[in-house]
Ligand binder design. Structure first.
Ligand code: GLN
Length: 504
């Protein structure tokens, strides 16, 4: 017997049990995604003979495209496929893309990436939306659920991000995999991760009751007329037809610029059209959601220095001693954040529940504001690395402290952002709004790349000591912007609160 929505949402305890199904599917999807992403820059430079700058631009373009397609994925989930089928379709595309890369990463590089880009678009936003549907409106355990889910995201990111590139470079399993096949195995492992994700989802989805069913299904949460079967097939065919186009766009980074100029305004226009069809109260909530989305662009623009300028900074300006152990500073930069999230996310979840019970839980705007303030403080700690340097080489311990502070900021904003999208969107626009949330990440990545490139340019050919000063100056600046954004958010909180009405 299938569960009803009410039975699911009336769960006892801290977390609904269905969250584990979504937790593991998302964990393995992120294993695949971060495994792939973690190999890109190195693979481009060492296997495809890209210059550093080219590789960085290419990497940025891939990231921007990945997150930009979440809007399309969310849109088609709402209108035609439903969340479950979208997730499945996206997962299949990601598997095909990873297999293409595994078969011959040199030949199928852009072709494989194109599959992964659009596949992620169908998968990523829709699984988060399903987490939101496990909760009744006003359930103050929602943010805790998203924090737990976020730990799953980062567990996958941490494992995939480490293992895949380590196999490719020959740091792991090199005695059993001959050198000529390391990259094939590494990309293949990403495909295996994605396969595990889909198998897990397939066998656990029946516990989701009506959540994620296709529009038009008699049990679907939003009641609509049944859809003709061809509409679904048209989405599948349309997706496949889009792949060669994405392949071309992602292979020439100047197209990314045009794409980014167009996609944001186009989605906004579409959203305004959808907003004209909802009630005034719903519209106000959507405006509040847009405020969060816009601020999140600033957040990710600063935060995402980690993939770009901070990795150059880690390589050139940090020593390799962490609490007395010798480690690779780039490894710390890549995985330190995920490590802290895995550790802290469940605790933050419990903290929100604990505060909630005592009526002390800060509302979403204040959490966002705190997110910016911690982000800003973290960047000030990065600035402070300059006071612990000899000959331009500074302390990895201080750097790691900065990562910890930044991570606290991330936990106040990123899972809470997912949660608030599901709370502020009417049922029939859930997918689109989650897509918008991730589209903001696409712009964040894009802006981060521009900021990073600027900083890199300023210190080109400089010695280590000079580079340290230039970079840390930049981080101080970014820290200040983050603090300002946090203060502005807290100042405008009464207005946003009004727009949010009963939603906290
Ligand atoms: N690290 C998180 C994830 O992979 C957040 C990504 C984002 O929104 N930029 O889901």
């Amino acid at each position: 017997m299938s569960l009803t929505l009410q039975e699911i949402q009336d769960f006892k305890g801290k977390y609904p049990k269905q969250i584990w199904s979504l937790f593991f599917s998302e964990m393995w999807e992120r294993f695949c995604f971060y495994g792939m992403r973690g190999m890109l820059v190195f693979f481009m430079i060492h296997q495809l003979n890209f210059h550093e700058k080219e590789a960085n631009l290419q990497y940025g373009a891939t990231q921007a495209f990945v997150y930009a397609f979440t809007f399309i994925g969310g849109l088609f989930a709402d209108k035609i496929l439903g969340f479950r089928k979208s997730l499945f379709w996206g997962g299949l595309l990601m598997i095909v893309g990873s297999i293409l890369l595994a078969v011959d990463p040199h030949v199928y590089f852009y072709f494989g990436l194109a599959f992964i880009i659009i596949g992620t678009g169908f998968f990523k936003p829709n699984i988060s939306t399903m987490v939101g549907e496990l909760y009744k409106e006003g359930d103050n355990r929602t943010d805790a659920g998203f924090s737990l889910f976020y730990a799953g995201i980062n567990l996958g990111a941490f494992l995939g991000g480490y293992v895949c590139v380590a196999i490719g470079k020959g740091y792991m399993l090199s005695s059993v995999i001959d050198e000529a096949h390391r990259w094939n195995v590494a990309f293949g492992l990403a495909a295996v991760g994605m396969l595990v994700s889909l198998i897990n989802f397939h066998f656990t989805k029946k516990k989701l009751g009506p959540i994620g069913l296709q529009p038009g299904h008699p049990d679907a949460i939003v009641k609509t007329k049944p859809l003709p079967k061809w509409a679904e097939y048209a989405v599948y065919v349309g997706t496949l037809l889009l792949i060669p186009l994405i392949q071309v766009m992602v292979s020439k980074t100047e197209y990314t610029d045009y794409f980014m100029y167009i996609i944001g305004p186009a989605t906004l226009v579409y959203l305004f059209f959808e907003m004209s069809k909802v009630s005034a109260a719903e519209r106000k909530k959507l405006v509040a959601a847009l405020v969060f989305i816009i601020f999140s662009i600033i957040f990710w623009g600063i935060y995402e220095q980690s993939g770009g300028s901070l990795s150059i900074f880690a390589a050139k300006n940090l020593n390799d001693s962490l609490v007395g152990l010798t480690v690779d500073p780039n490894g710390v930069n890549n995985s330190g954040g995920a490590f802290f999230i895995i550790l802290l996310a469940p605790l933050f979840g419990l903290l929100w529940i604990w505060l909630g019970k005592r009526k002390l839980e800060p509302n979403t705007i204040i959490k966002f504001g705190l997110g910016f303030i911690f982000l800003g403080l973290g960047y000030y700690v990065l600035f402070a690395t300059r006071f612990f340097a000899t000959d331009g080489v500074s302390s990895l311990d201080i750097f790691t402290t900065a990562l910890l502070v930044i991570t606290i900021g991330e936990l106040c904003l990123s899972p809470i952002g997912l949660s608030i999208m599901t709370k502020l969107s009417p049922a029939k626009l859930q997918g689109i709004m989650m897509g918008m949330w991730f589209l903001a990440s696409a712009y964040g990545q894009y802006v981060a790349g521009l900021i990073g490139a600027n900083m890199a340019e300023a210190r080109e050919n400089a010695g280590k000591a000079e580079a340290l000063l230039t970079y840390t100056d930049g981080y101080k600046q970014l820290g200040l912007y983050a603090l300002i954004a946090g203060v502005v958010l807290i100042l405008i909180s009464p207005i946003v609160k009004k727009l949010m009405q009963e939603v906290r």
